[in-house]
Write a protein that binds this ligand. Structure first.
Ligand code: PAF
Length: 281
């Protein structure tokens, strides 16, 4: 695996492959766990040339968020990617990505979708994501790009961006990797104390209960959302939202809609956990 830190070197490495390769990119912020490695496996199966990117993107963190303390584990990440036969790891510095500084940076915004759910609790977060993902697409010029379904809103926003800006890349969503007790894998699970770690799977369990009610025919969306939030509150979470939405538009679904998705986000100690489940009725 080649590790490159500059856009110039990445482009050169990309150009050497010529036009006959199917190129896939797996954008990450590092501290890789089995969820990330599943993205890499999907990419390796579909593409002949796999690029992983590792960049803790300051644009997507709010001023009071965990940019400084976000886990960084470059040596561990390199060896995991090497074992997975990734061709190139692109790990740029902040200066390489934003040579003119972050404040004057041209930004990419996907309106409406970016302001709701997690966007309401984290203003500007998704603009930071879409701006950096656009840059990574411009730099790596992939045919396919892989993102986890745990971040369903992010995945949906990136799909919209690609469609609306005619980017020549196909965005692939990869199912969430879970711990044995159901907790969705996330780098931020590290922030949980032992006690909080025991409570954490309740988020998934609660969303699953909502999904069961929906599956059995309930359309009392507001009631289901409220009682799920109370349940989370009772076990010690500070819930941001539980929301039943259309999987593509993220709008509230009609009462007879066949396919919906249940989203949840809740704080537990230092961590903010998110999860979601699809329901076909
Ligand atoms: O999902 C993530 O890790 C990040 O939001 C991404 C897509 C790598 C952009 O920084």
């Amino acid at each position: 695996m080649d590790v490159v830190e500059t856009i110039h070197d990445l482009r050169q490495r990309r150009r050497i492959q010529g036009i006959n390769q199917v190129v896939g990119v797996v954008p990450t912020m590092g501290d890789l766990h089995a969820g990330h490695l599943r993205l890499v496996d999907y990419c390796r199966d579909q593409c002949s040339f796999t690029i992983a990117t590792l960049f803790v993107n300051p644009l997507q963190f709010g001023p009071k968020e965990d940019f400084a303390s976000y886990p960084r584990a470059l040596a561990h990440d390199k060896s995991k990617l090497e074992q997975r036969n990734v061709n190139v790891l692109f790990a740029p510095s902040i200066e390489e990505m934003f040579p003119e500084g972050q404040t004057g940076q041209t930004t990419v915004t996907v309106p409406n979708l970016s302001e709701q759910l997690c966007g309401a609790a984290r203003p500007g977060h998704f603009n930071g994501v879409t701006t950096v993902v656009s840059k990574l697409f411009q730099i790596t010029q992939p045919d396919f790009a892989y993102f986890g379904e745990k971040d369903w809103q992010q995945l949906t926003i990136i799909k919209h961006m690609v469609r609306q800006l005619n980017m020549p890349v196909e965005v692939i969503g990869v199912p969430t990797c879970r711990e044995a007790d159901g907790l969705a894998m996330s780098s931020r699970n590290r922030y949980l104390s032992r006690e909080e770690r025991e409570i954490a799977p309740t988020l998934f369990q609660t969303l699953r209960e909502v999904a069961t009610h929906l599956h059995e025919g309930s359309s009392a969306y507001a009631d289901l959302e409220e009682s799920a939030k109370s349940q989370l509150h009772e076990v010690g979470f500070r819930p941001d939202y539980v929301a039943i939405r259309d999987p593509n538009t993220l709008k509230p679904p009609s009462s007879d809609q066949a396919s919906v998705r249940v989203f949840g986000a809740a704080r537990l100690g230092r961590a903010r956990l998110i999860d979601n489940i699809g329901v076909d009725r």
